[in-house]
Design a protein around this ligand. Structure first.
Ligand SMILES: [Zn+2]
Length: 390
């Protein structure tokens, strides 16, 4: 048997440390939330400014329309006055040369004073018209200036609006980022709380080292589960199936050892099916236990929990809850005819140990489901692929 030791010097993590980490996370979460709220307030302010500017733009547009109307009205008024004056002047000319009702009006005067008066009325009428026309021309010029100014203002406002819209977009992105950061922290908080709950459920006190308060001494170096083997399958995709474990070829009855100190969290036969097909014999069977007898052991290593799994065992020397030391014999390997006849495990194609590991304290599920499992080569360098040996 080969033992492998990995030297370790890690400061103990206590349950109190987890609480402190939780409290730090909660502070960060609140800070992120406050930041996001402030950004949101800023966004609201910018949006309010945009609304104000939009109202101002609408007002300017209405004012322009009004100015255009006023200009048109004044132009019409001028045209009218021009027409009236022309009519009047024409009338006067006609009156002077040929005589008509206007000359009648003038010469119907009762006396000379009245005649002078009547003549001046006619003249003043045309002069008043001219004065009004001049005033209207000034008004039009003023209105044109006003309209031009309004158009300039409208352009300025549109530019300001664009500027604010860009600012709003940037703030929106900033808010998204801050909010995401808050959500990310919230996830970490949930995970930390779950962690704390787990350690409390196994009886850890605030001051306890979490890697030992479950009564399991920390792994200081991993031990191979077999004294020797020839690997017959890879972890992951294995020719025609997903197989989240390695198969270690070894004669039936080989001693299987715990890979590290730990606590047995599962020991029993698994995978009952009322019928199954054996690729080993090419026959169908009833009353199958696919996988046979299985042991799973909980370990702590480097402040982290791991589970190791051993499948297709013939015999087991441990039961649920048994505390084992690293390298302790826990059973004998199967996978061949002895184990098949004992456990009715028809899901094996020859003598081997099916072995895998997973991160976290949870039981490992079916070999076709990855879960938190990982290639054991990480801790057992000799398990580097099909054909490698120990
Ligand atoms: Zn296997």
């Amino acid at each position: 048997m080969i033992m492998m030791f990995i030297p370790l010097s890690v400061r103990a993590t206590t349950l109190q440390d987890l609480y402190d980490e939780l409290s730090n996370l909660e502070s960060s979460y609140n800070a992120a939330k406050n930041k996001a709220n402030m950004t949101q307030a800023e966004i609201n302010k910018v949006r309010a400014s945009i609304t104000t500017i939009e109202n101002e733009i609408t007002q300017a547009q209405n004012d322009i329309v009004q100015a255009e109307k006023d200009i048109k009205k004044s132009e019409e008024e001028i045209a009218k006055r021009k027409d009236e004056t022309n009519q009047m002047l024409k009338y006067l000319q006609i009156a002077n040369s040929k005589g008509s009702s206007m000359i009648e009006y003038i010469f119907d005067a009762e006396d000379y004073t009245d005649l002078i008066y009547r003549y001046s009325v006619v003249t003043q009428l045309s002069e008043a018209n001219k004065k009004l026309m001049d005033e209207l021309t000034v008004l039009i010029s003023e209105l044109e200036t006003k309209k031009a100014n309004l158009k300039t203002k409208q352009i300025e406002l549109s530019n300001k609006k664009k500027e604010l819209q860009n600012k709003s977009t940037l703030l929106q992105l900033q808010y998204q980022k801050e909010n995401d950061s808050g959500l990310n922290i919230a996830e970490q908080i949930a995970a930390k709380k779950k962690n704390i709950k787990y350690y409390e459920s196994i009886g850890c006190k605030r001051s306890s080292d979490i890697t030992t308060c479950n009564g399991i001494p920390a792994v200081t170096g991993w031990t191979y589960p077999l004294a020797s083997f020839r690997q017959s399958s890879n972890y992951g995709w294995d020719e025609n199936r997903y197989h989240y474990a390695v198969d270690l070829g070894t004669p039936e009855g080989s001693t299987v050892r715990a890979v590290g100190p730990g606590k047995v969290i599962f020991a029993g036969s698994v995978g009952y099916k009322s019928s199954c097909y054996s690729s080993y014999t090419g026959q169908y069977y009833s009353d199958c236990h696919c996988g046979g007898y299985v042991i799973q052991i909980l370990h702590t290593y480097n402040g982290q929990e791991y589970v190791s799994l051993y499948m297709h065992l013939i015999n087991s020397y441990v039961g649920y809850g048994t505390r084992v030391s690293g390298g302790q014999a826990i059973g004998t390997s199967g996978g061949g005819t002895q184990e098949i006849s004992k456990w009715h495990d028809h899901c094996t194609a020859g003598a081997h140990l099916h072995f895998t590991m997973s991160k976290g304290p949870n039981l490992i599920g079916s070999s076709g489901v990855k879960g938190n499992t990982f290639d054991p080569v990480r801790f057992f360098p000799a398990m580097r692929g099909i054909g490698s040996t120990l």
